[in-house]
Design a protein around this ligand. Structure first.
Ligand code: ZN
Length: 302
């Protein structure tokens, strides 16, 4: 199944469900950043969460940034997800590898760290981004974001995120977000039924690997609760809109002397995009242009 996101509602619009398959985009992140197994799981979960979180925004140019800064060896994760289905992100230390945790799973909690912060920024493109910070709960990312949704966005939510990666690469990745909206927040019977079903949800990737489709997974969960799956699915992809010319302009930060020195030594310079790993190289001609621009800017400032 192609990477995609589908939306649904149940209980007369009182329950909102979003499901995403992100296998290919997580695999692309893995190869672009040369991620270890545990880094693939950590970044893959966060990329998937970004796609799920941005899905309830309205304006076309809306985006969500998720930053996780824990005290573990990954040393931070940053994800940028847009409503058009573009997702990108990176971890600071992509090569960190750890032994499996006590359940035999990739130890994302230790890699991220259990002490630290989760920052979420929602930006609808109007110039007033909404940002909020919470302390990490477990570093497992799903728990941390569930806590964020409950406290910062006052929406009780269940979030399942999964990445299955082995020596062949990412075999399955995706997630499911289920949210209880205010109109049913006081319906204790409904909530207790939901809770018991969610507790049987042992993981998202086993269902994908069993060839279940997103609509089947959602139907298994809330099919008897007046489920309405919206027909249009949205394609998701790893996409970084970085701009080589603009990235190279940042070389001006090196200063006039440093640029001149590089030109004298005929050393090409390169700028690397953190988000996607693309490299942009500036040959001496380009460096000379940048140096002239910088001299002009400095002269105007003086
Ligand atoms: Zn990029």
């Amino acid at each position: 199944m192609a990477d995609q996101l589908i939306r649904a509602v149940a209980a007369d619009g009182g329950i909102r469900v979003v499901g995403a398959i992100t296998t290919r985009l997580v695999e692309e992140a893995r190869t672009r950043h040369k991620l270890s197994y545990v880094a693939t799981a950590a970044l893959g979960r966060t990329l998937t969460a970004g796609a799920l979180l941005v899905s309830n925004m309205k304006r076309e140019d809306s985006r969500v940034n998720i930053q996780i800064q824990g005290d573990g060896p990954l040393d931070g994760i940053l994800v940028d997800a847009r409503l058009d289905g573009s997702v990108r992100g990176y971890v600071s230390n992509p090569s960190v590898e750890l032994p499996p945790n006590t359940q035999g799973k990739l130890d994302v909690g230790t890699a991220v760290g259990r002490n630290g912060y989760l920052y979420v920024v929602r930006d609808s493109g109007l110039g007033y981004p909404y940002s909020s910070t919470i302390e990490l709960v477990s570093g497992e990312i799903g728990d941390d974001l569930t806590q964020y949704l409950a406290t910062s966005e006052q929406t009780p939510s269940a979030l399942a995120l999964g990445v299955f990666v082995d020596q062949h690469g990412v075999e399955a990745a995706g997630g499911l977000l289920l949210q209880i909206l205010p109109k049913v927040a006081n319906d204790e019977r409904l909530i207790s039924v939901l809770e018991s079903r969610l507790s049987t949800l042992t993981g998202f990737t086993p269902m994908l690997r069993a060839q279940k489709t997103l609509p089947q997974i959602i139907e298994d969960l809330v099919g008897d609760m007046g489920l309405e799956i919206f027909p249009e699915s949205q394609l998701l992809r790893f996409n970084c809109p970085c701009d080589g010319q603009r990235m190279l302009s940042a070389l001006k930060l090196l200063g006039e002397d440093e640029l001149q020195d590089m030109i004298n030594k005929s050393e090409p310079a390169e700028a690397i995009c953190h988000f996607c790993g693309d490299k942009y190289e500036a040959e001496c001609d380009r460096l000379s242009d940048l140096l002239s621009e910088l001299r002009m800017e400095n002269a105007n400032r003086a």
